[in-house]
Design a binder for this molecule. Structure first.
Ligand code: DAT
Ligand code: MG
Length: 137
């Protein structure tokens, strides 16, 4: 089934010059880049994007990290792309993400103050539509 999902290259990925490598993996998998832009996220955008995590211990460090530099936002399309991109990305913690995944191959630090796991990908059809509305209003 053809789907759309929202992906972000987080500030660590942009700063390390990994945007091209991450998008290369997306395109090599056969997904189509429908929208693409680099921007400095606003607090309002991030609060909407991460509303489900408000109140958790990692929320404020995550917000501060996401505000620390530019992000690249993209809408990608493809057959079962929502689950497929999360599979390409690997598990949330890059220190244990499987080799062959973006986070497993390229991700580094993890902890209470930094969550440098390079990418975000929507986790359901509903989240994808909601998040696309936040980043591509
Ligand atoms: P994912 O990005 O794999 O969908 P998530 O939605 O549960 O993971 O969390 C969003 C981001 O928040 C995640 O990319 C990094 C940070 N995060 C999640 N769980 C964390 C934890 N236990 N400690 C520190 N940061 C965490
Ligand atoms: Mg998530």
């Amino acid at each position: 089934m053809t789907e759309r999902t929202l992906i972000l290259v987080k500030p660590d990925g942009v700063e390390r010059g990994l945007t091209g490598e991450i998008l290369r993996r997306v395109e090599a998998k056969g997904y189509r880049i429908a929208e693409l832009k680099q921007l400095n996220a606003s607090t309002e955008q991030l609060a909407a994007h991460y509303a489900e995590h408000e109140g958790k211990p990692f929320y404020q460090p995550l917000m501060d990290f996401m505000l620390s530099g530019p992000v690249v936002a993209a809408v990608i399309e493809g057959d079962r792309v929502i689950e497929g991109f999360r599979s390409l990305a690997g598990t949330t913690d890059p220190t244990t993400a499987a080799p062959g995944t973006i986070r497993g191959d390229l991700g580094r630090d993890w902890g209470e103050k930094v969550q440098k796991n390079l990418v975000h990908g929507s986790d359901s059809v509903e989240s994808a539509e909601r998040e696309i509305g936040i980043w591509f209003a």
